[in-house]
Design a protein around this ligand. Sequence first.
Ligand code: KG4
Ligand code: ZN
Length: 346
Amino acid sequence: MLTLGIDTSCDDTSAAVVLDGRKILSNIVSSQSYIHEKYGGIVPELASRRHIEMIVPVVDEALIAASVTLKDIDFISVCYGPGLIGSLLVGCNFAKAVGLASGKPVVPVNHLEGHIFSIFLEYEDIDFPFLALLVSGGHTCLYIINGFGQYTELGRTRDDATGEAYDKVAKILGLGYPGGPIIDRLSKEGDPKAFDFPRAYIPDSFDFSFSGLKTSIKLKTMELLTKEFDNLDPETAKLSEIDSQLTRDICSSFQSSVVAVLVRKTEWAVVKKGIRKIVLSGGVAANSELRSAMKHMAEERGLELYLPSIRLCTDNAAMIAAAGYHHFIAGNIASLDLNPRAYLPL
Ligand code: KG4
Ligand code: ZN
C-alpha cells in the first residue's frame, strides 16, 4: 500500500510517500521559518499563503523523490487538525481535490496521532501499551497508548506548550525563531545552575505548567537590562546582543527546569501506571538534553525508551502517512465535506 501523506498544519509544507505505513520512500519538508523569523513567531495569514504557493511543488518533489507517480498511490492521508485553520484548509482542500480528480480515497489524520505513530517508521515492533510524551509547539501531553485509536490522556499543559515556552523565551532574549533549536545549542555553553528558575511539579497530577517559568525569565531579563546594563529599555533592548554569556546561562537554566519537569513527570507515570515503555515525540523531542536525560532515567530504571530520529520529531508528512495507514485499514475514509479543525483532541 502506497500512501501520499500531506501535512500543512502549521508553518511547514510537507508531503511524503510511505509504503505500508512504515517505510519512508520520500519525506519532503519545506520550512517557512525564514518568513516568520522576524516576527518571533508564526503569522497565520502568511503561513497559509505560503502553503498555497508550496503545496504543488512539495507534493511533486515527494513523488519524484520516491520514484512514483500519482497513479501508483493507493490513498492520500491528510492532516485535518489540530493546527492553524488557514494552513490546514490548504492541505485538506488540496487532498480532496487530488482525491476527487484521481479517484484515490482520502484518509483524515489527527496531527497528534501522527507525531506519536511516527515511532513506527523507525521501530518495527513496539508492544502496547506504552507511555507517550508528546512535546511540540502547540501541545504538551502525556498519554497511555493502548493500541491504535485507544488513547488515555494522563495529563497536559495547563498553559504554554513546551515548544511555545522555548519560542517565547527566545523572543524575550532576542534570539531567532524557532527558539527551541537555538536555545538547545546555546544551553551547551551555559551554566544550568546560574539561575534558580521555577519547576512546576503540580502535585497529584500529570499536568504541566510552563507559563510561570517563562514569566520568571522575562522578569529576570528585565531586571538585568535595567539594573546591570545602564538602565536599558527592556522593551527594545536584546540581552543576547548585550551579554552572550548571560544569555547562554539563562538558556541553560531554563532548559534544565523544563527537562527536569518533563522527565520527572514521565518517571512518575512509569511508577504509578506500571508501564515500562516510553515513546517521545513532537518537535521538542529533538532537544538534546531532554533526550539524554530521558535516556539516563530509562537506563537507571531499566525501561525501554523509543526516540524518533530528529527529522521525524518536528512536523513532517511521513508521520501522517504512518498513522493514516491504520485508518485506511479500519475503513476510515473522508467524504468531500471533510472540514479541518483548529482544535481536535486525540
Ligand atoms: O512538532 P513541531 O514541529 O510542530 C508542532 O506541532 O508544534 O514542534 C515545533 C516546536 C517549536 O516550538 C520548536 O521551537 C520546538 O518544537 N523545537 C525544539 C527543538 N527543535 C524544535 N525545542 C527544543 N529543542 C529543540 N532542539
Ligand atoms: Zn507537530
